[in-house]
Design a protein around this ligand. Sequence first.
Ligand code: TXA
Ligand code: MG
Length: 350
Amino acid sequence: IVEKITKEQLNTEEGKKIIGQAGDFLKEGGLVAFPTETVYGLGADALNKTASTKIYAAKGRPSDNPLIVHITNMGALDKIADIIPEVAYKVADAYWPGPLTMIFQKTEEVPYETTGGLDTVAVRMPSDEIARALIDAGGGYIAAPSANTSGRPSPTKAEHVEEDLSGKIEMILDGGAVDIGVESTILDMTVTPPMILRPGAITKEMLTELIGEVDIDRTLITPDSKVKPKAPGMKYRHYAPKADLSIVEGPMELVIDAINQMSAERMAKGHRVGVIGTQETVGRYKADVVKSIGTRADEATIANHLYAVLREFDDAEVEYIYSESFAAGGIGSAIMNRLLKAAGHHVIDA
Ligand code: TXA
Ligand code: MG
């Protein structure tokens, strides 16, 4: 079932009925996809191991890749997390509810099926009102990975979820397009100083300003395949478009020339070529499919369109994609992290 729902509807009879039905599916051990402020999630009761196991099957996800448990209030944290350092409360005060996940030692309440066999648990308190209503209706502890088939770009619209999971899950709540477009920042609170395992909208700069020193998992910034990332999910070649994606780096004029030249060479050999540019440059490319991913004047727009654009290229059936590169720092770190993963770390120096 696909049910459209808006934030405004949540307080109406109709809205309560839809959320009630979705919550019942979750309580019975079923799967419900729902919008969050980051990407769409595929929810199941996190404290029910059979329910968690179904998530892996529906997504085709490796069983060693742990799930994030979603809650709506600080009271819920104690039941699933042990040893919560003082600094975690400071981070929670500032950025929960919001696009941030923290990792703690888990309690016995959390089954290993939910944590991919780990003794730690990832916890997030989303801000999206539809997500929050569903979590409460579903019992308060909802495991939710991104609602895509494993290996595909994360879904930022309900249509993306339908493409990937239609027929495999009980229900999809269609709350329209998400706000942010890349997954939450993951911060490991079991180490000192806390370590970023996945960059997101809550940036390293924001966290450092709040709590001082923060590390970043170095495998996120170096494409060294011998070092295992600390978040198991980060080792997979996620977000992969069907086409061969390359990121082109360098001064903008050189990047534009290099992309046009490589595109022309590929097209001369009969290949279909796509280019990912920005509002500022999109008019300057010549290829079969040219798309703007957003404007450099506001990098949040780039994060917001990233996954949808990768999916559109899949639909356009191009064989090669050349993308501009984005500077690290702020939300740019999250954008580059996802792009690099989609490109299998294939970077060309213009
Ligand atoms: O924004 C988000 O976080 C979205 C929405 C739906 O909330 N969820 C999401 O979940 O991105 P998923 O499963 O696609 O990504 C979870 C990431 C994976 O890379 C996983 O390995 C990591 O979190 N993770 C989960 N539990 C962990 C743990 N105990 N230790 C280290 N990494 C963990
Ligand atoms: Mg995911």
